[in-house]
Design a protein around this ligand. Structure first.
Ligand code: ACO
Length: 464
């Protein structure tokens, strides 16, 4: 266990167990309870604040807001620590396999040998897709982004598995969890095969999770496909590294969607949509684009400078994190895995040299030091995945496969918590107040009006 992870659980530091809020305008004071987790910062309980004081709190982006209690994952962003159910990510990546980690996240403990083989079987028995669902693919354009297909097909699972959409039945919840974990590689692999115009291979249940994914992605019916065990192990590690990350944007999206009672397949489709963005799961694709744009080591200083210019929208992709103000522990494992994959394949990638030099220069630069911007998991994952043979637009889909267990573990936890209620944030309203209605003939042109051509990006109706 790393030194940082061995840190004692934070003892309740404060003598006071409440927080006093004073309204300077009215002079009223409110006592708010302070809650203590087993580790991590204290939390002010503001649940009754609005009812008692008529005050909301303002926290766009939830930088200081705990939206739920959770037993699954803990991150200490300052120390660069990530624990799943108490186990450091480095140890899980080194000693465990993805099925082990899935079981751990879903059930709270590492499985015994019997539990492990039962779980493995539960997953492998569900890897096939309904043939009607496979037909959905032909409705997409061949050029569709795999994440677009995944959002659609995963959402459509709700139409196929009525026996696992009763969210109040724990057995059905477990069935839905197993189905999603089992089918996600098949769904993603078919999105890739569809783009190539190649036949969809059936899953091979003799293979482990990562090997089966490799085979479904890269095999063709005309040739033997041998899974390289070193690459399969590397892919398994990558899935472990992406398995869960506490209340990130996509997991919070799954929780918010699920809080209304939506079925698990619809909730995970919402999570996939959220993951797709370049500030989240789309970053590894963006890192490769950036490294290609940099092109040579000589150009790096100019890009490091651009990233610091407030008038330039350019950012170093794969750098910075909302929670980590230290090296992302997953990035270290990913860097090692990247070297292992390139060594095994006997290839070199000039982008790796650019990435390592970029990392070195950025970590020496006062801008990145002062803002505590370090490489995140996406910095080396793109190079690794490309070396394995993944096309760039499949990177985020692979992230979605790995993260499915995290999403579903959080959804399950929320569904079985007595504290859960529909997620409904409030707002600080800055709009117009109480205007008088004007009949259309009497309205004046305002500068805020938007032209339809602008709204549709200059496209005609036919092209939309
Ligand atoms: N390059 C240059 N400057 C950066 C970067 C970066 N990659 N990241 C943050 N900064 C700067 C911001 O400009 C800001 O500066 P300011 O205080 O002078 O305005 C400061 O650091 C804080 O940045 P925020 O955007 O406010 O931090 P936030 O926590 O909201 O954003 C995020 C985190 C989105 C990850 C951001 O660091 C980023 O855009 N990184 C690049 C994209 C990326 O790699 N995303 C992957 C995230 S990991 C994952 O999803 C698995």
């Amino acid at each position: 266990m790393s030194e940082a992870a061995k840190k004692e659980p934070m003892a309740p530091r404060a003598v006071r167990h409440s927080f006093t809020l004073t309204d300077n305008e009215t002079g009223d004071s409110y006592e708010l309870p302070i809650l203590h987790g087993n580790i991590g910062p204290r939390v002010i309980d503001i649940r009754k604040l609005y009812a008692e004081a008529g005050i909301f709190t303002y926290d766009p982006g939830f930088t200081s807001t705990a939206a739920c209690t959770s037993d699954i994952t803990y991150i200490d962003g300052d120390a660069g620590v990530l624990l799943h159910r108490g186990y450091p990510i480095e140890e899980l990546a080194e000693n465990s396999d993805y099925m082990d980690v899935c079981y751990l996240l879903l059930h709270g403990d590492l499985p015994s040998p019997e539990e492990k083989s039962e779980f493995d079987e539960n997953i492998t028995q569900r890897t096939m897709l309904h043939e009607q669902l496979v037909r959905f693919y032909s409705g997409f354009k061949r050029s569709a982004h795999p994440m677009a297909i995944m959002v659609g097909v995963v959402g459509a699972l709700s139409a196929f598995y009525h026996d696992s959409t009763d969210i109040n039945d724990p057995m059905q919840r477990m069935n839905a969890a197993n189905r999603l974990i089992a089918k996600m590689p098949t769904i993603a692999a078919y999105a890739y095969k569809y783009s190539l115009g190649q036949p969809f291979p059936y899953p091979d249940n003799k293979l482990d999770y990562a090997s089966n994914l490799l085979r479904m992605l890269f095999s063709v019916p005309t040739e033997e496909y041998e899974v390289n065990p070193v690459i399969a192990r590397a892919l398994d590690k990558i899935l472990i590294l992406h398995a869960d990350h506490e209340q990130n944007a996509s997991t919070s999206t799954v929780r918010l969607a699920g809080s209304s009672g939506a079925n698990p397949f619809a909730c995970i489709a919402a999570g996939i949509a959220s993951l797709w963005g370049p500030s989240h799961g789309g970053a590894n694709e963006a890192v490769l684009n950036m490294l290609e744009e940099i092109g040579t080591k000589e150009n790096i200083p100019q890009f490091v400078k651009r990233a610091q210019d407030p008038n330039d929208s350019f950012r170093l992709m794969g750098f910075g994190h909302r929670v980590y103000k230290n090296y992302d522990p997953r990035a270290k494992v990913m860097q090692k895995t990247c070297h292992e994959v390139l060594n095994e394949l006997g290839t070199s990638d000039p982008l790796l040299d650019i990435a390592m030099e970029l990392e070195r220069l950025a970590l020496e630069d006062s801008y990145f030091i002062d803002k505590k911007l370090y490489p995140n998991v996406d910095f080396y994952s793109g190079i690794t995945l490309r070396a394995i043979g993944f096309p760039d637009n499949m990177f985020t889909s692979l992230f979605a496969i790995g993260r499915t267990v995290g999403w579903i573990a959080h959804w399950k936890e929320m569904m079985s918590s007595a504290e859960s209620k529909i997620g409904r944030p409030r707002q600080l309203y800055k709009g117009e107040v109480a205007r008088q209605f004007t009949a259309v003939a009497n309205r004046e042109h305002t500068s805020r009006k938007i032209s339809w051509a602008w709204l549709w990006g200059g496209q005609s109706n036919n092209e939309r």
